[in-house]
Design a protein around this ligand. Structure first.
Ligand code: SF4
Length: 354
């Protein structure tokens, strides 16, 4: 039963009373829950809760999901915006930022509400999915925009949609010849991996290939045995998997944690793709580290894991101007045709280019 996805969704813990029955909350957490969850909702699946060290207030899973009073503190949240990347445009549920890519937010419903979410704004309303009418409007737009080669299905969580609705979306997109790739952004393999134990869903995903899936694991503890099983099932259907993590203060900003995350991802055949600097989101500013922190982590990882395991460190520019990538500076100086590089062990190595 616990292996069923529907069990996970139907038994989400949503209220303070239910949560108190499962884990020991501090007085401060209890107070924060009462106030904060009225603004930014709370939900957790039994699976994700089972990954938590229940009596440990600094447990990373706990810190990612249990409301904190900082979320509503105007001082702490200064500089944060609800939609800093101007995702909301004229057509609801759609963002067309890069010419060749179009993003559709197919739901505003998640099995778990992550406190750091860049789309916290969309969870304030009633939980639901995009309507067929709203989809049709986006599809009509998409048909006219021949420069779009990739469609990203995101949310909320896209895999909360029924198989029937997901198949409808995939089928309609596949009718549009200029769209080559469909990509999902999902945290489901961490929150309720049982979703991918559904053969029908796997068949649908295979049928509308090429489909890519970007997972969202931030901490090695999120990758459970069931997650690994779910990832394997997706890989067997020919779906490439890449991970996007967010750098979060006090959760995964220790270099060792990122190293372990990358090692675990690689073992599960998921490529650590991006490490995002935490966006300036109102309600999530307390998760931000310094910008340099990500560079220190990447520098630490060099030489300890192959390049395959080192994600690209990315920062989203405000106003919807897209991403920039940051990397540690290995070229120290240049003198004439001599270039001086810092090797992974700190040694300075001269390369003469004639
Ligand atoms: S969209 Fe993703 S990160 Fe945001 S709350 Fe949902 S599952 Fe968490």
């Amino acid at each position: 039963m616990v292996e069923s996805y529907l069990f996970q969704i139907n038994n989400r813990i949503r209220s303070l009373e239910e949560l108190k029955g499962r884990i020991k909350l501090t007085k401060e957490e209890e107070e924060a829950f009462k106030k904060v969850s009225k603004v930014y909702p709370f939900a957790i699946t039994p699976h994700y809760l089972s990954l938590m060290e229940r009596d440990e207030p600094n447990d990373p899973i706990r810190l990612m999901v249990i409301p904190k009073r900082e979320e509503l503190n105007p001082e702490v949240q200064r500089g944060g915006e609800e939609d800093p990347f101007k995702e909301e445009g004229d057509i609801p549920h759609m963002t067309h930022r890069y010419p060749d890519r179009l993003l559709i937010r197919v739901s505003n419903f998640c099995p778990v509400y992550c406190r750091y979410c860049m789309r916290k704004r969309i969870f304030k309303g009633k939980e639901g999915a995009i309507s067929y009418k709203e989809l049709k409007r986006i599809l009509d737009y998409l048909k006219r925009r021949e420069e779009v080669r990739e469609v990203i299905l995101s949310g909320g969580e896209p895999f909360v949609l029924s198989n029937q609705k997901l198949e409808f979306i995939l089928r309609e997109i596949r009718k549009i010849k200029h769209v080559e790739i469909i990509r999902f952004s999902t945290k489901m393999p961490a929150l309720a991996p049982q979703r991918f134990f559904d053969q029908k869903l796997l068949e649908i995903l295979e049928k509308y290939s090429p489909i890519y899936i970007n997972t969202h694991f931030n901490h090695p503890r999120e990758i459970s045995e069931q997650s690994e099983e779910a990832l394997e099932k997706l890989l067997r259907r020919g779906i490439p998997l890449n991970n996007q993590a967010v750098l979060l203060k006090g959760i995964n900003d220790e270099p060792q944690v990122q190293l372990q995350l990358s090692r675990k991802l690689l073992k599960a055949k998921v490529r650590p793709y991006y490490l995002f600097f935490c966006d300036p989101i109102k309600g999530a500013m307390h998760f931000r580290t310094s910008l340099e922190k990500g560079l220190e982590i990447l520098e630490f990882m060099r030489g300890k894991i192959s390049g395959l395991g080192i994600p690209r460190y990315a920062l989203d520019l405000p106003g919807g101007k897209g991403k920039v990538f940051l990397s540690p500076q290995n070229l120290i100086k240049k003198r004439g045709k001599d270039y001086y590089f810092k090797a992974f062990n700190g040694e300075v190595v001269k390369v003469s280019l004639q």
